[in-house]
Ligand binder design. Structure first.
Ligand SMILES: [Ca+2]
Length: 300
């Protein structure tokens, strides 16, 4: 089981630097950022931007990274449509609240705006939920720009998207050997946490890791990297950055118990106020804007 120390890595002495392969990934992600939108990629999965590249890892074996980025420039202004999502996001599962997603013109920059209505709590009546699925991979990153309405009502909190793997999570169901999800939550006063469901968690709901405090009306880039473990071995990895500053690193994640071989399979697009009670209900209609949504994954 996780000790309290490993839940709060800032106080644990076991933090170490990137493994060489992880460092290689980071370098290549930088290159992909520069080339993804401008170059003619050899393999394009999405129409807005997408690229694949092959690099030599530290062991000289080829590692292919697939990088997909969504800046909403290919989406018509106005309500986000299921046809856009299906075409551009390879979305296998569109959940609640697509009608609360739209593309807005933010002084010439198209952005995705998710509406969170006054008094609404939970995915069925607040925000939007879908999954951007991809072929299972052992290592992936997700990244996006996010900005809360300048008059946002934080309430007790709500959810923000992150990576997911294995079977669909069962929120409130406790530790599950079949899956993980690594979403974020905003909390009272704008406190940001990683909200992590994994097979070693101790409680009924996901573990929380403090990532700092957000300000309304200000843009942030949230990025995470997940690397699967050898089944049964505590060698999986998890990193989180806010505006490029690393806030969390773990290299001891036992994502998959012995005998389980599932891997990372989606960006879980999960945005809503909640929780499930009135303490999470906003006192006004608010919104959250997103842009430059980026997913990378290793293909070998
Ligand atoms: Ca944009």
């Amino acid at each position: 089981m996780l000790s309290r120390a490993t839940k709060f890595p800032a106080r644990t002495p076991r933090i170490r630097r990137f493994a060489p392969l992880a460092l290689g990934l980071g370098v290549v992600l930088g290159a992909a950022t520069l080339t993804g939108a401008a170059a003619a990629p050899s393999r394009v999965e999405v129409s807005e931007a997408g690229s694949a590249m092959t690099l030599a890892s530290s062991t000289k074996s080829a590692v292919t990274l697939q990088a997909d980025e969504y800046d909403f420039s290919a989406a018509p202004l106005g309500p986000l449509t299921s046809s856009y999502l299906t075409k551009n996001w390879s979305t296998a599962s569109i959940g609640d609240g697509l009608s609360r997603a739209s593309v807005v013109d933010d002084n010439g920059t198209p952005r995705l705006r998710i509406s969170l209505p006054k008094g609404a709590v939970g995915a069925s009546s607040s925000g939007s939920t879908w999954r951007r699925t991809f072929p299972g991979t052992l290592e992936a990153t997700s990244e996006y720009w996010v900005r809360f309405d300048p008059n946002f009502d934080w309430t007790k909190g709500g959810k923000l998207p992150g990576l997911q793997g294995g079977a669909k999570i069962d929120p409130g169901g406790g530790a599950d050997p079949h899956s993980f999800s690594s979403r974020y939550m905003w909390n009272d006063g704008g406190k940001l946490t990683l909200y992590l469901y994994h097979s070693q968690m101790e409680g009924e709901y996901g573990d929380s890791y403090d990532l700092g405090t957000l300000k309304k009306g200000q843009g942030y880039v949230l990025k995470q990297r997940v690397k699967m473990n050898t089944p049964g071995v505590a060698n999986g990895e998890l990193e989180v950055w806010v505006d490029g500053v690393r806030k969390l690193i773990r290299t001891d994640m036992r994502w998959r118990p012995s005998g389980y071989s599932w891997n990372i399979t989606s960006l879980y697009w999960s945005v809503f106020h909640g929780g499930n009670n009135a303490a999470y209900a906003p006192n006004r209609n608010n919104w959250i804007d997103f842009d430059r949504v980026r997913v990378t994954r290793r293909e070998s």
